[in-house]
Design a protein around this ligand. Structure first.
Ligand code: NDP
Ligand SMILES: CC(C)CCC[C@@H](C)[C@H]1CC[C@H]2C3=C(CC[C@]12C)[C@@]1(C)CCC(=O)C[C@@H]1CC3
Length: 332
């Protein structure tokens, strides 16, 4: 039977590069591009069909930042497909990013310069806002919408007859210190992106604990630093082009500068080829590119303890109940 693969945020950047690589590997796939903007989704579909004319590429309207859209999209998936083999949770936002220039130059002269380039620790802040559901937008988009999607698709993801996979596009910028269990939406801080990515790391660990026995396996990846719309929102694209030689020089010291979406999608693609039982549920799989341009994947243990993921899972269930009960508009 053909494999069904759904990719959120598939119309650009790393998500689109993943789709291209998946179809190159297996043109028999049923690939579903889950996007919020159908015009961009159509354009992505057309681009994929140019290089893979016989491919089965479906479109699904999904705004992961809107709870109603997630519920409607999940309903649509359940009517279209009888199972889901891979669900790539890739859509993500980093709104209004600000680079701390002082911290950048200080970091540059310190022993932690390489770490700073690979994680952006202490370099970036963002301005978040409330969405129409009354949730923090970054939390809703990067984490909670995807959580709700998994929950709604459980009948297709947790089947005794076969294994299913969910794969989170996380980040090296995920930060334990940015996350607080008392403020899971990060209402009160300036690092909602780091907080949401750390929460997705924890959620993946919790999902593995609770759902492996039902055939659902969760993995986390980091694509490295990739030139996409997201990074063009931090520094304009012309500036990235200007400093490209410096970027390739930095790659000599840290292989995390994957730079192209194709390279960034390496770990997402690699996971597609692995047996779920062979994977480490507590590892983050990093896409890396050597100075000579060789792509490879390396696992790194996540900074996650044993108890906290379960606490987060329970809090997300609570919020899910609340959102559903209150017809998910403006009550939270
Ligand atoms: N670029 C990088 O260096 C890194 C990126 N990442 C992560 O990689 C993932 C992909 O980002 P990247 O390819 O870089 O950036 P892009 O901006 O190119 O891609 C993000 C995708 O997510 C979609 N998206 C955003 N919000 C929503 C929403 N509410 N509902 C549905 N889709 C949505 C975008 O759609 P639209 O076109 O409509 O905006 C777009 O297709 C993100 O999760 C990001 O956090 C992690 C580490 C580093
Ligand atoms: C000379 C240049 C390379 C200077 C660039 C400085 C910063 C703008 C970048 C250094 C590390 C980068 C980084 C990200 C964004 C741009 C930097 C802060 C990310 C936060 C992008 C999104 C992620 O998820 C992780 C990236 C880590 C590294």
């Amino acid at each position: 039977m053909e494999r069904v693969v759904i990719v959120t945020g598939a119309n650009s950047g790393i998500g689109l590069a993943l789709c291209e690589r998946l179809l190159t590997e297996d043109v028999q796939l049923r690939l579903c591009l889950a996007c919020r903007n159908m015009q961009r989704a159509e354009a992505a579909r057309a681009a994929l069909l140019t290089s893979h004319a016989d491919a089965h590429v479906d479109l699904l309207h999904l705004d992961v930042g809107s709870m109603k859209s997630v519920l409607d999209a999940a309903q649509e998936v359940k009517t279209r497909y009888r199972k889901v083999d891979f669900l790539y949770l890739n859509a993500g936002i980093m709104p209004n990013p600000q680079v701390n220039i002082g911290a950048f130059f200080k970091g540059l002269l310190s022993r932690n310069a390489i770490r700073m380039f690979s994680t952006a620790e202490g370099l970036l802040t963002q301005q978040d806002r409330l969405n129409a559901d009354g949730l923090q937008e970054v939390f809703a988009t990067n984490l909670f919408g995807h959580f709700l999607l998994i929950r709604e698709l459980e009948p297709l993801l947790c089947q005794s007859s076969h294994t299913s996979r969910v794969v989170w596009t996380s980040s090296s910028n995920a930060s334990h210190s940015a996350f607080s269990m008392e403020d899971i939406q990060h209402r009160n801080g300036t690092e909602p992106y780091s907080s949401s990515k750390y929460a997705s790391d924890m959620l993946s660990v919790a999902l593995n604990r609770q759902k492996n026995s039902q055939g659902l396996f969760s993995s986390v990846i980091c694509p490295g630093l990739v030139m996409t719309n997201l990074t063009y929102g931090i520094v304009p694209s012309f500036f990235w082009t200007l400093i490209m030689p410096i970027m390739y020089l930095i790659r000599v010291f840290t292989n995390t500068f994957t730079i192209s979406p194709y390279n960034g999608a390496e770990a997402l693609f690699w996971l597609f080829l692995q047996k779920p039982e062979s994977l480490d549920p507590r590892a983050k799989y990093h896409s890396l590119t050597s100075a000579l341009g060789r792509n490879y994947v390396q696992p790194q243990q996540m900074d996650v303890d044993n108890e906290t993921p379960e606490v987060l899972f329970a809090k997300l269930l609570e919020l899910e109940n609340f959102v559903k009960k209150n017809d998910h508009v403006g009550y939270i």
